[in-house]
Design a protein around this ligand. Structure first.
Ligand code: F1P
Length: 347
């Protein structure tokens, strides 16, 4: 799926506004801020995108859970770009949030969606089709990683239009995208190692997922996938928030998954790992092949490929999703049709 999404962007000539529709030049030209609205996994894609939109495009970016947005007294801003993200394109809460934003006079609207003919793209001025192919399972998986690719493309396109991304940086970002499908394939190849971890998770009642920066939403995604398909209670937290509450939950029965890529935050994440180890918590750390982090007593390590820089959250999403998948298989739950959930949440 990632290969198709990336190919679509490269075929369209990279970070060109035309990718978002025929009115894109006009709609994106004078954007002064971005508001992202989405539910569940799509919301986590938005949380990751905020880092990119702020850093690359230099624009203020807010991300809201769509089901809550319409209860706010939002002050309309005609220069704000409202981005809805949805796998199905039919999620009622996201649709209601978009309607509410439009009622406040916001008409710069973009839908990032996997089903181009669905309700959200139809109600939006611009559309970026994620090209994830058919999602068979109810829980969103490949939709998530392709949404991230689409959002990264949006950040670079906005940065370009605002004169913040020069030709050399553009070439670097394109190069990063070109290498992404290969790195994702390497991450998928970790499946046998992840399946061994899943056997340790299957009998547990609870799990904690930690990450920092762009990888904090990946911790949220890992926790949600585990809840959705294996019915294990799981929480995702920013690693720095650990001492503000969740540390009280950590004991020998609480497996703690840490997403610890080889980036500038690694040293801080290492100290969080020590905090958990000191309380007897068993650690499951996803790091990169080139990171200085190593396994020790009670600390298991799986190495994703060499750190891929800014697109690292996309690569790290793969093993956390695989962990949920294999844990569900080990528990014998139906990974494609989890109880109580629907593919399109239209009520
Ligand atoms: C949002 C969502 C999914 C989740 C589950 C229920 O759907 O919350 O993220 O995994 O399948 O729906 P969508 O708006 O992205 O279609």
């Amino acid at each position: 799926a990632i290969a198709d999404t990336v190919e679509g962007i490269l075929d369209a000539g990279g970070f060109d506004a035309a990718l978002f529709g025929k009115d894109a030049d006009a709609v994106l030209a004078d954007v002064a801020s971005v508001q992202i609205l989405a539910c569940g996994t799509s919301y986590y894609a938005g949380l990751t995108a905020r880092y990119w939109i702020e850093a690359i495009a230099g624009l203020p970016c807010a991300v809201d859970i769509a089901s809550e947005y319409r209860y706010r007294s939002v002050v309309g801003n005609p220069k704000q770009l409202v981005v809805t993200i949805s796998q199905s394109g039919e999620t009622l809460d996201t649709m209601e949030a978009l309607k509410y934003a439009k009622a406040q006079g916001q008409d710069k609207t973009l839908s990032i969606c996997n089903v181009p003919e669905s309700a959200l793209p139809r109600a939006s001025k611009l559309v970026l089709h994620t090209r994830a192919g058919a999602e068979i399972g109810v829980a969103s998986t490949k939709a998530f990683t392709t949404q991230l690719v689409a959002l990264f493309t949006l950040a670079v396109t906005l940065g370009k239009l605002r004169g913040r991304v020069d030709t050399a940086q553009q070439a670097d970002f394109l190069n990063a995208l070109r290498h992404l499908p290969g790195s994702v394939q390497h991450a998928l190849n970790l499946e046998p190692q992840v399946a061994l971890w899943a056997e340790k998770f299957a009998p547990r009642q609870h799990a904690l997922f930690l990450g920092r920066g762009t990888h904090y939403p990946i911790a949220l995604e890992g926790a949600l996938k585990l809840k959705e398909i294996s019915y294990i209670h799981a929480e995702g937290y920013p690693a720095g928030e650990l001492k503000h509450g969740p540390l009280a939950l950590v004991d020998t029965q609480m497996p703690v998954v840490v997403i610890a890529p080889n980036d500038a935050l690694l040293e801080k994440v290492k100290s969080n790992i020590q905090e958990v180890r000191a309380r007897g918590g068993e650690m499951f750390v996803f790091t990169d092949a080139d990171s200085s982090f190593s396994a020790s007593e009670g600390v298991h390590v799986i190495r994703t490929p060499r750190h891929v820089g800014i697109l690292s959250p996309i690569v790290h999403a793969i093993p956390v999703q695989l962990l949920a998948y294999h844990t569900a298989l080990a528990r014998g739950t139906d990974v494609d049709k989890p109880r109580n959930l629907a593919k399109s949440v239209t009520v």
